[in-house]
Structures are given as structure tokens and as C-alpha cells.
Design a binder for this molecule. Structure first.
Ligand code: HEM
Length: 120
């Protein structure tokens, strides 16, 4: 029950994180200080933290903390990069296609790692 609750919250947090990055792309594209940009950054910060909290609740529930697997380490790297991409969008707001591709690739890799759990 605990496991399913944290997994559901983990996936909801990921959805919120990806939506917030869309807001940031739109807000930074418009330029200047605007509500889309502001709420994008606020929701990005909150959802980014929530992805981490729910992830490590899952790690605890599954007893993975003693032998933290490589796939989970790689997911942690994806999570860090999904945080940094917000700053990349702010710096280069016109590189929309690149940001879109990077976000899609990072989230796809993280999802693939969670589902397939490859050993490497
Ligand atoms: C802080 C980094 C992260 C850690 C340590 C982590 C860890 C975990 C763990 C332990 C599970 C449960 C696996 C299981 O059910 O056996 C899980 C599930 C999942 N994670 Fe993460 N996660 C992280 C970040 C992410 C990110 C950034 C994404 C996607 C953008 C993501 C997508 C998913 C998905 C879709 C599932 C459900 C997989 C399934 O039901 O088979 N995670 N994660």
C-alpha cells in the first residue's frame, strides 16, 4: 500500500515537473518577467523536490538504500539534469526545440531505467 502510494506520488511529481518545464519554455520565450515564467519556476522547484522525496521514499520502502543499484544512480543523474535544464532554458530561451528534445530524452531515459531496471 505504502509502495503504491509513493509510486503514484512519484509519477504525479514527474508529470508536474515536465509541465513546469513547458511553462518555463513558454514564459522565457515571451521574455521579461511574466506570470508563466514565474509560476513555471515556482512549480519546477516544488515538483523537482517532490520527485526526489517520493523517489527516496520508494528506495526506503523497497530496501534499496543498502545496495543502491546503478539504474537508480543513473536516474538520479537524470533528475539532476532535469533540474539544471530550467537554467539552460533561461539562458537560451530561443533554443526551444533543443530544450524540448533534451527534456524528452532525459525523462524517457529515467522512465526506461525505472521500468527495465537494466544491470550495468
Ligand atoms: C532522484 C532520482 C530518482 C530515483 C532515486 C528514483 C527511484 C525510483 C524507484 C526506486 C522506483 C520504484 C521502482 C519499482 O517499482 O521497482 C521508481 C519508479 C519510477 N520512476 Fe523514479 N526515481 C528517480 C527519478 C525519476 C525521474 C526523473 C523519472 C522520470 C522523469 C522517474 C520515473 C519513474 C517511473 C515512471 C516509475 C514507475 C516505474 C514502474 O512502475 O515500473 N523517476 N523510481
Amino acid at each position: 500500500m505504502e509502495y503504491l502510494t509513493y509510486k503514484t506520488l512519484h509519477i504525479i511529481s514527474i508529470a508536474a515537473l515536465v509541465v513546469s518545464l513547458g511553462f518555463i519554455i513558454g514564459g522565457c520565450w515571451i521574455g521579461g518577467k511574466n506570470a508563466l515564467r514565474k509560476w513555471g519556476f515556482i512549480t519546477h522547484g516544488i515538483s523537482w523536490i517532490l520527485v526526489f522525496v517520493t523517489a527516496f521514499k520508494l528506495v526506503g520502502v523497497l530496501g534499496m538504500h543498502e545496495n543502491f543499484p546503478n539504474w537508480a544512480q543513473a536516474k538520479t543523474a537524470c533528475w539532476i539534469l532535469l533540474g539544471l535544464v530550467a537554467f539552460a532554458i533561461k539562458k537560451k530561451p530561443k533554443f526551444v526545440a533543443i530544450h524540448y528534445g533534451v527534456i524528452l530524452i532525459l525523462s524517457s531515459v529515467a522512465i526506461g531505467l525505472a521500468v527495465l531496471k537494466p544491470s550495468f
